[in-house]
Design a protein around this ligand. Sequence first.
Ligand SMILES: N[C@@H](CCC(=O)N[C@@H](CS)C(=O)NCC(=O)O)C(=O)O
Length: 211
Amino acid sequence: MKFYDCAVAPNPRRARIFIAEKGLDIPKVEVDIIGGENLKDEFLSVNPRGLLPVLELDDGTRFDETMAICKYLEDLYPDPPLLGTTPVERAQIECLQRKMEFDGMIATSEAFRNDTKNENFAYRSLPGNDVVGAIDGLVERGHNSLKLFYHWLEKYLSDSKFIAGDRFTMVDITALCAVDFAKWVELEIPKENTNSLRWYEEVSSRPSAQA
Ligand SMILES: N[C@@H](CCC(=O)N[C@@H](CS)C(=O)NCC(=O)O)C(=O)O
């Protein structure tokens, strides 16, 4: 297997943390998004949409979505379980995972990529090789969605150690990456959200968070 990665980017980081939690050592190919390497022919021959991460199998099969990569690896390496162990748990984790992704990751991406100050990205308001220009109003909508993300995160953590219960899961991975990504648009966990701050300290101190 081969993992196409980008050290600074939040979606590759989600997959990287997942791989580290599984204790796997998958060879990495670093692709520099900031320098535009993902939009050059060499990487476009790997993923024509120019997006990371990508997992490539030894027979050349490729997966270019973080959750597809994680689900594939969970099937191959079920321990420790990060996507749930029963049909009910798996469905619950899927519900929460998607909320963290939409409310946190996508909201930040909207706020960041539509801000014309970030000129390397604003001409591509959506990530990857498809050109969609910035839309001003999405900066404000992104910030407002992020405030809701923090509101709900605090609620989910009000009576459990991790977001989906007493075990660390993919939900925590996506939320951690979203919180760190949101620093790019200067929206941190509000000081009064004590459950979220307690959770953040705990999940960021796991060795996988440094992967
Ligand atoms: N839904 C995809 C999103 C992937 C994505 O947006 N990746 C970003 C990095 S976080 C990217 O490749 N950006 C390339 C660019 O901005 O040109 C996934 O979860 O894998």
